[in-house]
Design a protein around this ligand. Structure first.
Ligand code: FAD
Ligand code: SF4
Length: 341
């Protein structure tokens, strides 16, 4: 590990100033991702800005319009066990519980989960070319081992996926990301927070230099999906494994007809994969398997497999249908009993 200096910020402004003062500075929260990457020499920040003492980043609270605000420092365990989250946004609790392990969820924060880096093997192996780690060096995954890589939205520069479970649910629930920086505070719709690789795969998200995540806000309107949701995660092991494909499905159903739908995929792209037109196409349709199969085909349109990951396309289609079927029936995938019947 390289030498670095450590700065404990006491306010958001303080953290922003420290980040602006040193371009390679990084925020550290739970440290479960960043410290690993520092040990591998993937990240070599000159300064670590510890934000864990900043009160403004803590706590879950209700806003005046009935939305729920989750501070960037709230632990994954706290979010998943919060009664308000479970009553109104159970899809989020389910997705978080599908991720990592209890020990990790006890340390991982909301802001850290949002900003965790890809699990592409070449990204963490500094002996190999990787455009995300070292722009212009090439992509070892495209012609290499790409079993866990993207089938949607990738570019010739990078085919990595975003590894978060939590973010797939946040995308489906149309959360907002509240950020603070050297300018004024701003709100980023979740769909615009993470970005596709394009020709700048080194940029995972739309944060500007010096900006930090302050909170994630779940809109009141997304409470409508509390009765019909499912988070289905397909992976190599039942726990302690990232998603090969995951599906966050949320429906409003009345008399077996879909009033509105939200659906996002994880493990398939550089960001949670969601398409407004697919969701719109479900509105007013019968909540049945034929309709869900049509939605799956549309959501996967343009999917491209590589040598080792083409199986993901075949895995994703039935997973989408199953998750939507579970959501419609009000029988969400259990995160304790993870067998797929
Ligand atoms: C063995 C293992 C298995 C795992 N399995 C899963 C899984 O199945 N599903 C899943 O979703 N995740 C999984 N994870 C990832 C885990 O969820 C993340 O490591 C964790 O959420 C990161 O949170 P943290 O607070 O520890 O972040 P840190 O490590 O502190 O930070 C991570 C990144 O976020 C940035 N950051 C942190 N807070 C902020 C902020 N407020 N504003 C801006 N940037 C910020 C940091 O600068 C850093 O770049 C796994 C991790 C491990 C080690
Ligand atoms: S897929 Fe992206 S992260 Fe992986 S080697 Fe290629 S450029 Fe690097």
């Amino acid at each position: 590990m390289n030498r670095f200096s450590y700065y404990r910020a006491s306010t958001v402004d303080d953290a922003v100033k420290a980040l602006c003062a040193e371009p390679t500075a990084r925020v550290i929260a739970g440290g479960t991702n960043l410290v690993d990457l520092m040990k591998y020499n993937v990240e070599a920040p000159a300064t670590l800005v510890d934000v864990t003492r900043i009160d403004a980043l803590k706590g879950i609270s209700e806003t005046t319009d009935g939305s729920l605000r989750i501070g960037a420092l709230v632990l994954n365990t706290t979010v998943a066990s919060d009664q308000r989250v479970n009553d109104r946004f159970p899809l989020l609790a389910s997705a978080i519980l599908a991720g990592a392990t209890p020990q990790l969820r006890n340390a991982a924060t909301t802001g850290g989960n949002l900003n965790q880096r890809t699990r592409c093997y070449y990204f963490t192996d500094v002996a190999t070319p990787c455009n995300k780690r070292e722009p212009g060096s090439g992509c070892s995954a495209i012609g290499g081992l790409n079993r866990i890589h993207a089938i949607l939205g990738a570019s010739e520069h990078c085919i990595a996926t975003h590894p978060s479970d939590m973010c797939v649910a946040l995308a489906a629930l149309q959360a907002e990301v509240h950020v603070a920086g050297p300018g004024s505070e701003r709100v980023i719709p979740f769909a615009q927070y993470h970005r596709l690789p394009g020709d700048e795969p080194q940029r995972d998200n739309t944060l500007q230099p010096g900006e930090i995540v302050v909170a994630v806000v779940l809109p009141r309107a997304s409470c409508n999906y509390a009765g019909h949701y499912s988070y289905l995660k397909l992976r190599d092991r039942l726990s302690y494994a990232f998603a090969l494909v995951s599906v966050a499905a949320a429906l409003e159903v009345e008399d077996a007809v879909i009033k509105s739908a939200r659906i996002a995929l994880g493990g398939v792209a550089h960001k949670p994969w969601r398409r407004d037109d697919v969701e719109a196409s479900l509105a007013g349709k019968a909540a049945d398997e034929t309709v869900f199969a049509g939605a799956a085909d549309l959501l996967l349109a343009g999917a491209q497999g590589y040598e080792h990951n083409a199986f993901k396309i075949d895995l994703a289609r039935p997973a989408i249908i199953r998750a939507l079927t579970q959501a419609a029936a009000g029988t969400p995938q259990s995160q304790t009993d993870k067998r797929i019947a």
